[in-house]
Design a protein around this ligand. Structure first.
Ligand code: HEM
Ligand code: HEM
Length: 177
């Protein structure tokens, strides 16, 4: 293992782990909504995730992220790139489909009581709401499948390949050489 690895920055790590916790929490909250009735909490957490995703994507563009590790094969690099890209798309599309579902059902959506979101769908219909609910469920489940693969890949790098991929994302690890 290269002892002189360059790790992700503090902000990138903070956003990665905060969002990981919120996403997993909100997914399991979503699955138990009928029993828990925590609909509003699920919506608010989902909107917070959307806001953090926008900040994260802007930060991804303006900050210097570490280059891929040299020991990785081309296949591993492209696989990781594709998975990361799809995760960024899910971070946006899962909450957006939730917003459209609520819009289609004709409910107002406020962000923690501070800001009322504009309505993107003027024509309310039960069937429209159900279509978006279906899309929301499919997207959330697909996202969890990719997160599962992402987690297994991180563990394989650490335990089998014994490289620095996971260490670069661990909080408080070094930033540079
Ligand atoms: C990334 C964040 C989110 C995740 C991971 C997520 C995940 C889920 C999951 C797994 C379900 C259960 C689907 C099912 O089995 O029927 C669900 C349901 C639901 N979600 Fe989300 N959600 C997120 C964000 C949002 C947002 C932002 C809203 C609205 C503003 C929202 C509104 C809803 C509603 C209303 C339901 C109930 C659907 C129904 O009545 O069947 N979600 N969500
Ligand atoms: C469950 C435990 C998780 C572990 C152990 C983990 C581990 C890692 C590691 C080691 C990296 C760096 C990969 C590299 O340098 O190539 C990474 C990056 C990334 N992770 Fe996770 N992760 C987890 C959960 C999540 C979740 C829930 C998401 C949901 C969105 C996520 C999204 C991402 C993204 C988008 C990147 C790429 C960052 C970039 O733009 O370079 N991770 N993760």
């Amino acid at each position: 293992m290269d002892q002189n690895y360059i790790s992700y920055g503090k902000v990138a790590k903070f956003l990665h782990w905060t969002m990981a916790i919120l996403l997993l929490l909100n997914y399991f909250l979503g699955l138990t909504l009928e029993k828990s009735s925590l609909y509003n909490f699920h919506k608010q957490t989902g909107l917070t995730i959307l806001l953090l995703a926008i900040i994260r994507i802007i930060w991804r563009i303006i900050d210097q992220y570490p280059a891929p590790i040299k020991s990785l094969s081309m296949m591993e690099r492209s696989g990781a790139k594709l998975r990361h890209l799809s995760l960024y798309l899910f971070m946006l599309s899962v909450p957006l489909s939730g917003i459209l579902m609520v819009n289609a059902h004709g409910y107002e959506l406020s962000f923690w009581g501070v800001y009322t979101l504009p309505t993107f769908i003027e024509m309310q219909s039960e069937s429209g709401g159900h279509v978006f609910a279906e899309i929301h469920e499919i997207l959330a489940n697909s996202m969890m499948a990719i997160i599962g693969i992402h987690l297994l890949a991180a563990l394989k790098h650490h335990l089998v390949d014994k490289n620095e991929v996971l260490l670069r994302m661990i909080p408080f690890s070094r930033r540079g050489k």
